[in-house]
Design a protein around this ligand. Structure first.
Ligand code: G3P
Ligand code: CA
Length: 347
């Protein structure tokens, strides 16, 4: 009779544990590769609200709860990493207006383009950054101050910023730098990758960016760059490529990459499953401010989504993968303790 009481207690505790575990984020019920919650990636910062790749856009993304901020990277003419999506500065800065009164910059035009690799860091920093006008970027002006002089962010500023957060609060904000490339110039492209690894390895950051905190992903559309990164760092390298439609495709990529970044429009459950079965992380890009689109993509068990609106991205992620309430955690702990006691009594 006594053992039946203990067995009932054990069963009840086990049921309670199972129920609570199912409600916890990062539980085994998550269909992501590592069983943890998918990550909210702020694409070019909070680029749906502020000029992309500015410190203000990155900081707003962090305030909105992004897990990772995403700088795309080019090297300036004097070898400094800057956060830019486009090689040409024409698209999201006032370079053409500046060139009209700055002969040194004007002399660097290639055709009609003022390319970031032709200007010095100081010259890039002399420009004012603006949002591109295409759909999905600065969809509202709520956060935008037209009188403010937004600047193209230097990569060192991004690293100093997230490391500063960690030093002052202990919070870990991840970074997801992308090696951009110039066609026909593999030496330049390789130099970006090398400068990136050197920056992350700077002694002033200690071991913060060495990967043990799972706060760094590296990415590129260039397969040779991914292969270089794979061979030269233990940080996860994400190959930006098409959907892995077959297991063989996924297994081939897994030979030199840790995951794929792929367009949300081309995703399917088979693609995600093939990638996961090959051990590949799957991150989808790029969504904007439509919650139902985030819902659809998260429902495919992706491991993260690049989005221009981190608040929308996070809201949907959190709804699907709720943060545990402190009370739930206490109950969970009590249940585990109860289960342990019941088991001890049974033996
Ligand atoms: O890197 C993921 C996503 O950002 C790829 O698109 O062109 O915005 O860099 P893009
Ligand atoms: Ca990118």
């Amino acid at each position: 009779m006594k053992s039946r009481v203990h067995a009932s207690a054990a069963s009840a505790a086990a049921i309670l544990v199972a129920l609570l575990a199912a409600a916890l984020p990062g539980s085994a019920s998550a269909g992501t590769l590592n069983g943890e919650r998918p990550i909210v990636i702020a694409h070019r910062g909070a680029s749906g609200y502020l000029p992309e790749h500015t410190m203000e856009a990155y900081k707003l993304a962090v305030q909105m709860g992004a897990d990772f901020i995403e700088p795309d990277l080019f090297l300036t003419a004097d070898g400094v990493l800057v956060a830019r999506h486009d090689r040409s500065l024409n698209t999201t800065t006032n370079v053409q207006a500046v060139a009209a009164t700055n002969p040194a910059i004007a002399a660097k035009v290639m055709g009609t383009a003022y390319n970031v690799d032709q200007l010095t860091y100081a010259e890039v920093k002399s420009l004012t950054a603006r949002s591109r006008t295409s759909n999905g970027y600065q969809t509202v002006d709520t956060y935008f101050d037209p009188a403010y002089d937004y600047k193209v962010a230097g990569f060192s500023e991004v690293l100093d910023y997230v490391y500063g957060i960690y030093q002052s609060t202990g919070d870990v904000v991840g970074i997801y730098p992308e090696v951009k490339t110039i066609g026909g110039n593999p030496a330049y492209n390789l130099a970006i990758a090398q400068a990136l690894l050197a920056a992350l390895d700077d002694a002033k950051y200690g071991d913060f960016f060495d990967g043990h905190l799972k706060n760094v992903y590296l990415q590129s559309f260039d397969q040779s760059i991914i292969q270089y990164l794979n061979a030269n760092t233990n940080l996860p390298a994400i190959f930006l490529t098409g959907c892995t439609n077959t297991p063989a495709q996924a297994q081939a990529i897994a030979q030199y990459a840790d995951g794929i970044g792929t367009s949300a429009g081309g995703l399917s459950q088979a693609c995600v499953d093939n990638a996961h079965d090959a051990g590949l992380t799957v991150h989808a890009y790029t969504l904007t401010n439509n919650p139902s689109q985030y819902q659809t993509v998260y429902d495919l068990d992706v491991d993260g989504i690049f989005g221009n609106h981190p608040d929308v991205n996070k809201a949907v992620r959190d709804q699907i993968y709720p943060v545990p309430e402190p009370a739930s955690l206490v109950l969970f702990g009590l249940a585990l303790a109860g289960l342990g006691i019941a088991r001890r009594k049974l033996v």
